[in-house]
Design a protein around this ligand. Structure first.
Ligand code: PLP
Length: 401
């Protein structure tokens, strides 16, 4: 037996994959179906319309692809760019690093703009690059909206403004894997050309569906982009969209029903309420970290993430030990520090279908672990700080008013 079940619920606080709500689990517990029957295309049509709402787009074309965030990256890049194209990409943590690695392996010429981990994208460097690029050799700007490794949220409005100020036609490609459906994200208003997410993050579904949304400009670029693509080719999807059957290959029926249930929950709560809830969860977590006397890995308030907090531990503590102990002793799953911040930070994911009392359970677990590993924390201090804030700010549950 390689799975060790603990008593009670596992407190899953990694920043994805996240806890799946019961209605979504139940909706997926069903047999396979003929995806060529009239039922599946009808459901797909409404899902495609509804998925646009979480991207806040009316003009975008969505693709629900059997893949993960990594495949969604590849879909965004290969459908819009050609080998040798120059792109500007921001390196601020492990996930932006992995995306840049993919961009380089796909033979794009990447201007890597690096920041210290814990800081956001360096927009001064972007400004000088755009100012110098009168010939418009930069074909795309690639940015991770929310860097899950460090808990840094980038300012997409500022990037759009720079592109507009310099009247630069570069495509604006955004990884929204740990932001879309949790943080404020507006594809049309912010002029994002391709946005993408993965099902296991704020949608609170199993891993396995990458959702990519392309603006009309990105769809136009896909007509001339020369990168080799087969499985991810948007053209195949469009062909089947036009035929009204929707699927160029076999969809996961269970994930489609799961997505239906996940979207229903989000719309029932209201997307703006979902975003506000994440703001509360983020703020409460940061108040707890402050009360413990620990530092947030994110260096400035303007970059604070409301979906994940990376907590810096003192040098005499190995943060991996905190994660190990959480799992072994308290049935609490926290996120490890990755790459440059391995051993130095642990991460609390606070995204998806999650409420305030669940978060308080996690925070009380973290306090006990901190005491276990020799950090002088006053038990209850973080929980009290978070609860005091939450008690004043939690609204009535929208569906129960
Ligand atoms: N982008 C971000 C911001 C992520 O957090 C992750 C995974 O955690 C990915 C991309 C990669 O997604 P996946 O592991 O689903 O391929």
């Amino acid at each position: 037996m390689d799975y060790f079940y603990g008593p009670g619920r596992n407190h899953l606080f990694v920043p994805g994959p996240v806890n799946i709500p019961e209605p979504v689990i139940r909706a997926m517990n069903r047999n396979n179906e003929d995806y060529r029957s009239p039922a599946v295309p009808a459901m797909t049509r409404t899902l495609l319309e509804d998925v646009k709402k979480i991207f806040k787009t009316t003009t975008g074309t969505p693709f629900m692809i059997p893949t993960t965030g990594t495949g969604a990256w590849e879909s965004a890049l290969t459908n819009t760019l050609s080998p040798g194209d120059r792109i500007v990409s921001f390196l601020i943590g492990q996930f932006s690093l992995l995306w840049i690695d993919q961009q380089q392996r796909l033979n794009f010429k990447v201007d890597v703009v690096e920041s210290e981990w814990g800081q956001g994208a360096n927009l001064d460097v972007l400004t000088s690059k755009l100012a110098a690029d009168r010939a418009h050799t930069i074909k795309a700007i690639c940015i991770v909206h929310n860097e899950t490794a460090t808990g840094v949220t980038n300012n997409l409005v500022a990037v759009r403004k720079l592109l507009d100020d310099y009247r630069h036609p570069a495509l604006f490609l955004v990884d929204g894997v740990s932001s879309i459906c949790a943080l404020d994200f507006r594809m049309d208003e912010w002029g994002v050309d391709v946005a993408l997410t993965g099902s296991q993050k704020a949608l609170s579904m199993p891993t396995g569906m990458g959702i990519v949304c392309a603006s009309p400009k990105a769809m136009e670029a896909s007509k001339t982009a020369k990168s080799v693509r087969v499985f991810f080719d948007w053209k195949d999807y469009i062909k089947f969209y036009n035929m009204g059957t929707f699927w160029p290959y076999t969809p996961s029926i269970q994930l489609l029903y799961g997505l239906r249930a996940a979207l229903d929950l989000i719309f029932e709560e209201g997307l703006e309420n979902v975003i506000a809830r994440h703001r509360r969860l983020g703020k409460a977590t940061r108040l707890a970290v402050e009360a413990w006397g620990l530092k947030n890995c994110t260096q400035k308030e303007e970059w604070y993430s409301d979906t994940v907090t990376a907590v810096v531990v003192p040098p005499y503590i190995d943060s991996s030990e905190i994660v190990r102990r959480g799992w072994k002793r308290y049935n609490l799953s926290l996120g490890l520090g990755l790459n440059k911040v391995a051993g130095k930070v642990f991460r609390i994911g606070h995204l998806g279908n999650l409420n305030e009392l669940q978060l308080l359970g996690c925070l009380s677990g973290v306090e006990m672990i901190l005491k276990d590993v020799g950090y002088p924390v006053k038990l209850g201090s973080g929980v009290a700080a978070a609860a005091a804030y939450l008690q004043n700010n939690i609204p009535l549950i929208a569906s129960r008013i």
